[in-house]
Ligand binder design. Structure first.
Ligand code: FAD
Length: 462
């Protein structure tokens, strides 16, 4: 007589590629023998395909996750395709007991997960979802009118007033039982890494994707960055920020872990308290962007302030003048040192300092009058921390079309910004030592931008 097959707990990994503070993994291990599954799903409706830098990161991150899970005795299965189809295939094998995942908050992702729950239930398999990615669920922090916050400061005050759960430890290792495993695909077959040409050298020289490196970076942040963060975080020349954004984007660390470590660190000294508070505030911006995206799912694709639908943005078309300007912006050949250094840093390392992101974005949307979605897409393709909510919320913030946005008339002057935030010019010298011919006249293009804004308001009778 054949042995009855052992029922398995399945954990779906998505943007939470870690073992510590992973509620779904924790619950699965408590319930029984666990198998982990990562689905490369670029086919379910509305799912945005990853950009090039993100694909590179994902490849390395999955190798690292496999090692961490191996240490816990948990096998990692890789499959590619629509999540509903993959789960249906695994359910048919008949030895799935329960499925666990941490929640996602994008509209398309929520729709996929809701479908999955129904489908699994139909197959007699329980599905459990957990809160893990954000400090608070988007439906937990609401204004008195019961709507999501559109302004950061009251959002932050409300966030701070709520209790946070402590992070969970990694689950206990399991003895490998030799249970039959669902078939796995080969990561190499997914071809996530660039080949022709291979532009990933700078990324590999800058980053080590995965949970162990992220934990190390968090420790380094506490020992050498946090103390002066309040003073240094706006200075691209000082490496004064955590550079934890890819770790948070891919979930190698949870926001809870970062927040918790910063809170513990804050009691070290008065300077520590100030630095930790300033950094916690930034971590809360990430939550804010995701809450916005939850309550306004059109955030990545449409102006939050609909009056900007009428703005005379320029769009590039094959070979035209706008396309040429966009290409020079992308290549870091605008002639403005801080912008060119930022775009070079982005291309080389897949990351850019926040202050410089604001300045480069402002040049594109205001001085060059190009639609923010053009810049958002370039960042989406090139950032290792490319994150649907944070990217679009910040682009809309700079463009003036977003919630709690920088007012449209605030046009960053890249030369003044360079003087203030890169006073010795060392950041520019590091990434863009050769100055190109200026692409636009700053004063004239600023006036044109403000005029276009006034015309928009006049057309709308304001
Ligand atoms: P730190 O200053 O050390 O902050 C700690 C953490 O707080 C960050 O890792 C990040 O998770 C979060 N954070 C900080 N600032 C912001 C912010 N303004 N909005 C949301 N979260 C924030 N961030 C992304 O993670 N992904 C993106 O795709 C992205 N696109 C951006 C596009 C533009 C045009 C702009 C202006 C900003 C964008 N940001 C994005 C926000 C910000 O620039 C990065 O999070 C930050 O530069 C990451 O560096 P750090 O980890 O050293 O940040």
């Amino acid at each position: 007589m054949s042995q009855p097959q052992q029922a398995l707990q399945l954990v779906l990994f998505r943007d939470d590629l870690r073992t510590v503070d992973h509620p779904a993994l924790h619950a699965a291990r408590d319930a029984g023998d666990t198998v982990a599954l990562y689905i490369l799903d670029e086919q379910s409706p509305g799912i945005r395909p990853l950009g090039g830098a993100a694909r590179w990161w994902l490849h390395q991150a999955l190798l690292s996750l496999r090692e961490s899970l191996d240490d816990l005795g948990i096998p990692l299965i890789l499959r590619r395709g629509p999540a509903a189809r993959i789960l249906a295939e695994l359910s048919q094998d008949g030895n799935l007991d329960e499925v666990h995942w941490n929640r996602r908050y994008g509209e398309a992702e929520r729709a996929v997960d809701a479908e999955l729950k129904l489908q699994l239930r139909g197959d007699g398999i329980a599905a459990h979802s957990y809160s893990a990615a954000l400090l608070h669920e988007p439906w937990e922090l609401l204004t008195q009118n019961g709507t999501g916050y559109k302004v950061f400061t009251p959002f932050y005050n409300s966030l701070r007033a709520q209790e946070l759960r402590p992070p969970l430890p990694a689950p206990a290792p399991q003895q490998r039982q030799g249970f039959p495993l669902p078939p796995s695909e080969s990561l190499d077959d997914w071809k996530l890494l660039p080949t022709t040409p291979d532009w990933s050298e700078g990324l590999a020289a800058t980053w080590t994707p995965g949970e162990p490196a992220a934990q190390k970076r968090l420790a380094e942040t506490l020992s050498s960055i946090a103390q002066d963060y309040a003073e240094h975080h706006d200075r691209p020349d000082l490496d004064g920020t955590s550079a934890l954004s890819p770790a948070l984007r891919w979930g190698h660390l949870s926001a809870h872990q970062v927040w918790d470590e910063l809170s513990k660190y804050a009691v070290h000294s008065p300077g520590a308290a100030q630095g930790a508070a300033a950094m916690r505030r930034q971590v809360a911006w990430r939550d804010f962007c995701w809450h916005l995206n939850y309550h306004h799912p059109q955030l990545p694709t449409e102006n939050l302030r609909s009056e900007f639908d009428d703005f005379a943005w320029a769009w590039p078309a094959d070979g035209d003048e706008v396309a040429e300007k966009v290409a020079r912006w992308q290549r870091g050949q605008t002639g403005f040192g801080l912008v060119d250094a930022g775009m070079a840093q982005l291309w080389r390392t897949g990351w850019m300092h926040n202050r410089v992101r604001m300045v480069t974005a402002s040049l594109l949307v205001k001085n060059l009058a190009v639609h923010w979605k053009v810049g958002e897409q370039w960042f989406w393709d090139t950032l290792v921390d490319a994150d649907v909510a944070c990217n679009s919320a910040n682009w809309q913030w700079v463009a003036g079309s977003g919630a709690d946005a920088s007012p449209y008339f605030r046009v960053f002057n890249p030369e003044l910004q360079a003087k203030k935030f890169d006073p010795r010019g060392s950041y520019v010298a590091r990434y863009a030592p050769l100055a190109a011919e200026p692409l636009v006249d700053l004063k004239e293009s600023r006036e044109q931008a403000l005029e276009a804004y006034s015309e928009m308001k006049l057309r709308q009778g304001k």
